[in-house]
Design a protein around this ligand. Structure first.
Ligand SMILES: Nc1ncnc2c1ncn2[C@@H]1O[C@H](COP(=O)(O)OP(=O)(O)OP(=O)(O)O)[C@@H](O)[C@H]1O
Ligand SMILES: [Mg+2]
Length: 312
């Protein structure tokens, strides 16, 4: 089940190559400006709990061979290449889950393998969105991920997209608004006792947003108890007010939704959030339901961020 970058394409306005170049230059600049406040050695020391004697051996080896600390540690089998990659990612404020970060679900490919093909595809889409629907000069929008059917990949996509945005540096919130079959709390292993449904029902607004361990800029608002009346809850003015507040508190807000086939939730959510990215599944999604979804969104004042084909 791989997600191929070439098939995971966003058809949004704007030139793709310009968008991605500008964005990566910007992120490189940001990384440069915050660079190197801790050495690789100190990250590795902490991760591997190296003793003074082990650090000394690494330093001696490093100097005798004229290599870097990380390489020397790997040579002496006191760290793995994966550890060094993790330490580098921390040094450049580019967080991802190390081997120790096994609390992440294997579906969170952008966190587990941030330099892999799939993560690269998510970054490419992030760049395009940031040059278009989610650009700085645009009105603040939350991005809903919508699709016609169950199993098209909305939750997978929303989770990994949120990680990609958080890796860019801005405070990112992933809202699980699939109040029918919520999955984000499971993917990120955050408590799900209270959440969006509790806020909308007026029962709770404290301790509902959880920080994701190992990913410093990422937060998750789970569904909480699955309510019997999800659509009614979303249609309350409380939802609009909540989204307005969340958009002022977070730089990026990504919203997971239930399949359009299950009811009007996705359309209502999209119109209250401002933007929608439509997902279809290659070889499965038919034209008719996609067209129906697009015209429903069109009539709801939602800004269409693009249509993406998920190939898995
Ligand atoms: N590009 C992909 N690569 C690998 N696995 C994928 C991909 N897209 C989806 N999947 C997998 O397919 C399954 C269904 O995906 P997901 O739960 O994201 O669908 P969904 O659209 O959210 O479904 P629902 O409407 O029921 O909420 C998951 O196990 C997910 O990990
Ligand atoms: Mg889902």
């Amino acid at each position: 089940m791989t997600l191929h970058p070439r098939t995971m394409s966003v058809h949004a306005s704007g030139t793709a190559s310009t968008a991605s170049t500008a964005s990566s230059a910007q992120s490189a600049q940001e990384a440069d400006s915050r660079v190197l406040d801790r050495s690789i050695g100190s990250f590795l020391r902490e991760l591997r709990r190296l003793s003074e004697e082990q650090v000394e051996r690494i330093l001696v080896h490093q100097h005798s061979k004229g290599i870097r600390f990380g390489e020397a540690a790997v040579d002496l089998k006191l760290a793995s290449s994966e550890d060094v990659l993790w330490a580098l990612s921390q040094q450049f404020h580019y967080p991802y889950a190390s081997n120790e970060g096994a609390q992440f679900d294997p579906e969170l490919v952008t966190a587990i393998d941030p330099f892999g093909e799939q993560a690269e595809a998510f970054r490419e889409i992030r760049s395009r969105l940031m040059m278009d629907v989610l650009a700085m000069d645009q009105p603040r929008r939350a991005l809903t991920v919508v699709s016609p059917d169950v199993g098209d990949g909305k939750s997978f996509f929303a989770a990994n997209m949120a990680i990609a945005f958080s890796q860019f540096g801005g405070r990112t919130l992933l809202v699980d608004a699939d109040m029918r079959t919520p999955r984000q709390h499971g993917l990120f292993r955050v408590p799900n006792g209270v959440g969006l449904s509790s806020i909308l029902a007026g029962r709770s607004d404290a301790d509902v947003i959880h920080h994701v361990q190992d990913l410093p800029s990422l937060y998750v608002l789970p569904v909480g108890t699955v309510p019997p009346n999800p659509l009614e809850l979303m249609q309350r003015s409380a939802f609009g007010l909540l989204m307005h507040e969340l958009k002022t508190k977070f730089d990026h807000v990504i919203v997971d939704t239930p399949a359009a086939a299950l009811g009007a939730d996705a359309r209502v959510l999209a119109s209250k959030c401002g933007a929608a990215l439509v997902i279809g599944r290659r070889g499965k999604t038919r034209m008719k339901p996609i067209q129906a979804l697009l015209s429903a969104l069109d009539g709801s004042g939602t800004r269409l961020a693009g249509v993406m084909l998920n190939d898995y």
